[in-house]
Design a binder for this molecule. Structure first.
Ligand SMILES: [Ca+2]
Length: 173
């Protein structure tokens, strides 16, 4: 009698374990699929216009953001603005790209990204700088934290130590 009860309990425990394992698989499967689906396609470029860092702040506010597969759609957003930094999800300035423009070229205070948007966070593989934004500080964590790489000029590849890890960035003259 006790043996039967024990077997019954064991079967029940096994069923629960299998159910839990299936649920875990389903959850991780969904998460992976969603993350892959929500990444912009490799041909997509975003043009983002930034304000200068204000006194008392440590990051640049976004004034506008427009994304498209067709660069002609982005012409208006680029006009009358100064290119600052282009970051790309693949090496050699390829893949999904975020093109940051500003109201003015870089000065000593420069521009700061305290937290990359989800579409490029932990994905940057190459970086181009313009208009005096020569010096860069690339951080592995948000809010200018974690490992840092001090850069100068362009990077067709940001290096194995920072590849697909960057979450915040400062550029300045
Ligand atoms: Ca990448």
């Amino acid at each position: 009698m006790e043996g039967t009860l024990l077997r019954s309990k064991l079967r029940h425990a096994l069923k629960l374990a299998v159910a839990a394992a299936l649920a875990a698989t389903a959850i991780s499967g969904t998460t992976t699929t969603d993350a892959a689906a929500s990444r912009p396609s490799s041909g997509t470029t975003c043009v983002i216009v930034l304000a200068k860092i204000k006194p008392g702040e440590n990051f640049s506010r976004e004034i506008s953001r427009k994304c498209s597969d067709d660069m002609a759609d982005l012409r208006e957003a680029r006009e009358a603005r100064v290119p600052l930094v282009f970051i790309h999800a693949e090496a050699d300035y390829k893949g999904h790209s975020e093109h940051y423009y500003g109201e003015e070229p870089c000065d000593a205070a420069g521009y700061g990204w305290r937290e990359f948007t989800w579409s490029i966070d932990n994905a940057v593989s190459s970086l181009q700088v313009f208009n005096g934004c020569r010096w860069s500080q690339m951080y592995a964590e948000v809010n200018y934290g974690g490992d840092v790489k001090y850069g100068v000029d362009n990077y067709p590849f940001v290096g194995h130590e920072m590849n697909d890890r960057m979450s915040s960035l400062i550029v300045h003259a």
